[in-house]
Design a protein around this ligand. Structure first.
Ligand code: PRX
Length: 682
């Protein structure tokens, strides 16, 4: 095979005959039009949606240049709409009330439920009425801390229906993290569930939420209601094996749920009781397109999470359009995105994108390896999934079990396989394509961020010949540039900072409560550009290869963490004087955390302390942030101005002695000492 053919994957898959964009020629024309005349391009698309009032001001107005004043982005000025109406009522009114919106698949394969668009609308109205009765009104923030159940989708749409703002906190976050986010958002209501099984593990959500509420009330945040879904009485508990371990061999912390949750009658309200008494009709509140829809917290390099705020109109157009084109969605498809709604992927591509397109999706509560390692593939066969979207970390974790668990199932329904969260290594890409996709699918490696709202660089099935590991080309409306350190544009082949020259409809509008932080984080470095914080390379064919973060962020299993966030958790332990965290490559997680700790006088570095420190990070941030390695550091490699030289720590973490120039360190001898102290298992 000539080299070029070996590297290029022709999109001549199952989708090519019907795809919305079926050639590179068509892609180029559409992309050029989207940049030349955004109003004509997005105006045409907006006709598919219901706007109660039309655009009265400018279709697009923005400033990306900090030297010219405040940064702002406004799309569809003066128009009024409601995203919940567009997700549900619009389809029900068009006679699609009986169509399945979600096949809910529980943690245990025995638990499943079907939800139609008509049922979803009624449930949403009931919850909207419950919220209204509690005084929740336009602009109020509602925190949501829930498992992957249909009530989570209902809750977010109910909030949107009445013009309130949702702030969803991933169910794997700790009480501290939930409380921090609720306080920053000044949320007046919390919606949660009693608990959930995730694989064999029990997550006691209500207990964690109760702890978070205590922290909030200690800081004077008055929460009017904690609306609690009773979930555990409806699901099958994992069967503990006779030796006391749960079914897949992992030891479960708790193997039963005792039905009792603490109850504070002043704030706690059972969802099922409130909802059954509420009316199933509720008029949507017509909102300004630039009113906030939600905020979602993402790690910031200072350690304090940022409330990324998205608004209604642009986000609606963008998630709907990216969903339609990136997955080449057609009526009749069954779509399955494995992301948790607590992350942006779940917001945009479990809830909003699919529902805006009237799609049928699988909503999965569990994990890929429970009760067996073929669970994803079993679900694909069961529902005849045609479009599947997951993360490289999941692909790598499943790859290690070999091809056999995949081959057991009939996956012939698959036509498009998506990837998101981090650069996908070519080996994983090829396995996904060949083994899962039977070399007869389109792979879409979608690059985007919480901040971008939707895909910004992605192949289009049926149009883009793919190169494994490249996210390929910008989506419609996205104007990519690569800049060098001085802000000079790199034209043609080369590597630099990945930036965007103008806004697409789905870009975030501000950091909640801190517009200055929004400007500094994304626009200060290069005037006139939105800076992603990622590096990228453009090859001789114009393909974009995202190389990863170039700031102090880590990407663990597709979740962004800042070094500062981890370090501040570690130094909270009384035995730690100073800490530094770096990323170390990991075969499944992509990156894992490797931490260095300097101890306070009189403390010794022992296994017990390491366990306590790992726990500290888990309880401050969440289990997904638990460090893989912690090593003793008699001192840290600092420059004379006191800045930690992280590149040296990264080298030590991987056992590489090629430290480069360390002459600017205040004490270069510390580097050798740190190398000696590397833990044996590393
Ligand atoms: O570094 C990039 C990486 O994930 C970051 C965004 O993380 P977050 O806001 O949590 O959103 C994740 C889901 C959209 C980016 O700055 N990233 C995400 N997708 C890719 C990626 N890196 C390379 N290729 C991707 N497809």
């Amino acid at each position: 095979m000539p080299m070029e053919t070996a590297n290029m994957f022709n999109p001549a898959s199952k989708v090519s005959k019907i795809s919305h964009c079926s050639s590179m020629e068509q892609y180029k024309q559409m992309h050029a039009k989207s940049l030349k005349d955004p109003e004509a391009f997005w105006g045409e698309i907006s006709k598919e949606f219901h706007f109660e009032e039309k655009v009265k001001g400018k279709f697009l107005d923005y400033n990306f240049d900090t030297t010219k004043g405040k940064i702002f982005v406004r799309w569809l000025e003066g128009a009024k709409t409601n995203i919940c109406y567009n997700c549900l009522d619009r389809h029900v009114l068009a006679g699609k009330g009986d169509q399945v919106a979600f096949y809910w698949e529980g943690n245990d394969p025995a638990d499943a439920e079907v939800v139609t668009y008509g049922e979803l609308l009624k449930d949403v109205c009931r919850v909207a009425n419950v919220l209204k009765a509690k005084g929740v009104a336009k602009g109020d923030r509602v925190a949501i801390y829930m498992p992957m159940v249909k009530q989570l989708v209902v809750a977010m749409l109910a909030v949107a229906r009445i013009g309130a703002v949702h702030s969803i906190v991933f169910g794997g976050y700790s009480a501290d993290s939930l409380a921090d986010r609720m306080m920053d958002a000044q949320a007046s209501v919390l919606i949660t569930a009693d608990a959930v099984w995730r694989g064999p593990k029990l997550i006691a959500l209500k207990e964690i939420a109760d702890d978070a509420l205590k922290l909030c009330s200690a800081k004077d945040l008055k929460v009017k209601m904690n609306l609690v879904v009773q979930h555990m009485n409806k699901v099958t508990a994992p069967q503990p094996a006779s030796n006391g371990t749960a079914a897949n061999g992992n030891v479960a912390k708790k193997t039963h749920f005792d039905d009792k949750v603490n109850w504070d009658p002043l704030v706690d309200v059972w969802w099922h009781e409130a909802v059954s008494a509420a009316s199933s009709e509720c008029d949507p509140v017509w909102m300004d397109t630039e009113d906030p829809l939600f905020m979602l917290y993402t790690s910031g390099s200072t350690g304090k999470p940022k409330g990324v705020q998205h608004t209604i109109g642009g986000y609606m157009l963008y998630t709907a359009t990216t969903f339609k084109y990136s997955f080449d969605y057609h009526q009749g498809d069954v779509y399955f995105c494995t992301a948790d709604i607590g992350w942006i992927t779940g917001h945009s591509y479990v809830t909003y994108g699919p529902l805006l397109n009237g799609a049928t999706s699988v909503l999965f509560e569990g994990v890929p390896t429970y009760p067996h390692t073929g669970r994803f593939w079993e679900i694909i066969e069961k529902y005849k999934v045609s479009k599947f979207y997951t993360a490289p970390t999941a692909i790598r974790a499943l790859m290690k079990f070999g091809d056999e668990p995949v081959k057991k199932y009939d996956l012939s329904s698959l036509a498009v396989l998506g990837s998101v969260g981090e650069p996908i290594n070519p080996e994983a890409w090829l396995w996904y394509y060949r083994v899962v996709g039977d070399s007869n699918v389109s792979i879409v490696d979608t690059f985007w961020q919480t901040e971008t709202g939707g895909h910004v660089i992605t192949p289009l099935p049926g149009a883009t010949p793919c190169k494994p590991g490249s996210a390929c080309f910008p989506f419609f409306g996205v104007d990519v540039a690569l800049l060098d350190e001085e802000g000079r544009e790199i034209k043609g082949e080369g590597e630099g900072y990945l930036v965007f020259r103008r806004p697409w409809p789905g870009i975030m509008r501000t950091v909640y409560g801190n517009h200055e932080r929004f400007e500094t984080t994304y626009f200060k470095k290069f005037s006139g550009f939105y800076c992603t914080g990622d590096g990228a390379r453009r090859d001789s064919d114009g393909y974009i290869w995202v190389t990863g973060r170039i700031d102090d962020m880590l990407n663990v299993s597709g979740h962004l963490l800042s070094t500062a966030q981890v370090e501040s958790s570690l130094v909270e332990h009384p035995s730690v004087a100073e800490a530094a965290a770096v990323a170390r490559p990991h075969s499944i997680k992509g990156e894992c955390l490797y931490c260095f700790v300097t101890l306070t006088e009189g403390n010794t570095f022992e296994d017990k302390l390491v366990a306590e420190l790992k726990n500290k990070v888990r309880s401050k941030i969440g289990a997904f942030a638990s460090p893989d390695f912690i090593q003793l550091a008699p001192g840290l490699p600092k420059t004379r101005s006191g800045k930690i030289m992280r590149r040296v720590l990264r080298k030590i973490a991987v056992g590489d002695k090629d430290f480069g120039d360390i002459s600017t360190l205040a004490d270069p001898s510390i580097v050798e000492k740190l190398f000696e102290l590397r833990p044996k298992e590393s």
